[in-house]
Design a protein around this ligand. Structure first.
Ligand SMILES: Nc1ncnc2c1ncn2[C@@H]1O[C@H](COP(=O)(O)OP(=O)(O)O)[C@@H](O)[C@H]1O
Ligand SMILES: [Mg+2]
Length: 353
């Protein structure tokens, strides 16, 4: 469903070169703008967003229907819903990366600025410095022929105008923050030498290096084994909280959502069926579909996320909401292999109980 851009292109576009500045080109980022908007005000507002694919014969397939939701400033919002419900297309539309055959209408406002209709230059200024997106297939978002250190170093240099040495120091520090052991050694390695979980952490590091105001993560853990999934999710939430970032997390892991997110948006069949504070959502979901999701989560072995005190059990529940089983099986093997040779990584994957 990637349309014109490959995952690798999208990855580089979204977290790669770009200048800081607001969506309409003012260079007003930094601590002051980061603090803008008291908690509770929306940083991102999607209103009445509709989208349809047009075939060559002029037929239309409606895939987004009047999608409206808000992502409050400084909080963590989860978007959940079954596969095919329009989560990725919504996220890609926010970044100006939706497939060319998709025609969209409505409004996407970021910090008060309308994004729909921005030209490529406008989106380039937005991507990375304002909103950094992490895609679900980390390995294909990394360039296979460049070392991880070089790719992340390029991002640091372009976003912060620092020299190679300073960029390398920033990269090492950021890789350590995402808990990649022995970051300096790892920087000299190529993506294929990283396990799935570590590649995903490297992509999160790339997003953090841009010092965005908002992180948009589209199923950042799909394709990883269950314990690594929960680790990566918890890491994202922890880092976002530490940096006071606004985060929007597309996920199927209701266990982690219940433990860590502030707000939940539920999508189905291209539309939003419910949005609520996480506590209210888990205690008294309004939509029938939300109740079904929560029931499926429990049936699948998950505990009620609100009452869960064993996070590994809650993490097991994830697949209920549309994980791609094929993907998960493929990447498991990679992670398992790596864990055997890299004890630090294997330890890192151990779940707190
Ligand atoms: N490039 C594409 N061409 C045609 N249909 C697409 C394309 N990308 C997505 N779709 C369709 O749009 C709908 C929403 O897709 P998507 O946003 O990827 O769902 P989700 O991320 O919630 O799984 C699905 O029915 C999907 O089949
Ligand atoms: Mg998707």
């Amino acid at each position: 469903m990637n349309g014109g851009a490959t995952a690798a292109e999208r990855g580089r576009q979204a977290t790669g070169p770009g200048r800081t500045g607001t969506a309409d080109g003012e260079a007003s980022r930094g601590e002051a703008s980061r603090g803008e908007g008291a908690a509770g005000t929306a940083l991102l507002t999607v209103s009445h967003l509709s989208g349809a694919f047009r075939t060559a014969h002029g037929e239309e397939t409606q895939v987004l229907r009047d999608v409206s939701f808000e992502v409050p400033s400084g909080g963590i919002t989860a978007i959940v819903g079954e596969t095919g419900s329009g989560k990725s297309l919504t996220a890609l539309t926010v970044m100006g990366l939706c497939p060319p055959r998709l025609s969209v209408e409505g409004s996407v406002r970021f910090d008060g600025h309308e994004l729909l209709g921005l030209d490529e230059d406008g989106y380039r200024r937005l991507r990375g410095g304002q909103i950094a997106m992490v895609f679900q297939d980390a390995r294909s978002s990394l360039n296979p022929v460049l070392t991880v250190g070089r790719q992340l170093g390029d991002v640091a240099r372009l976003h912060h105008g620092v020299n190679k040495k300073a960029a390398a120091a920033m990269v090492a520090e950021t890789l350590a923050r995402v808990r990649i052991p022995d970051p300096v050694r790892r920087m000299a390695q190529y993506p294929h030498q990283f396990s799935g979980g570590m590649a995903q952490r490297a992509m999160i590091a790339m997003a953090l290096l841009c010092r965005p105001r908002m992180m948009l993560l589209d199923e950042p853990t799909t394709g990883l084994d269950v314990t690594t999934q929960a680790d990566v999710m918890e890491l994202v939430v922890e880092l976002a909280r530490q940096d006071g970032l606004t985060a929007c997390l597309v996920t199927h892991d209701l266990g982690v959502v219940g433990e860590t997110c502030d707000r939940v948006v539920v999508m189905r069949h291209g539309t939003v069926v419910e949005q609520a504070a996480a506590q209210d959502f888990f205690r008294s979901p309004k939509a029938d579909y939300s109740r079904m999701l929560l029931a499926a989560n429990r049936l699948d072995g998950g505990t009620d996320p609100v009452d869960a005190d064993d996070s590994s059990e809650a993490a097991d529940a994830g697949d209920a909401v549309g994980a791609d089983a094929g993907d998960a099986a493929g990447a498991d093997a990679v992670d398992a292999g790596d864990a055997g040779t890299d004890t630090a990584q294997a330890d890192d994957a151990g779940r707190p109980s």
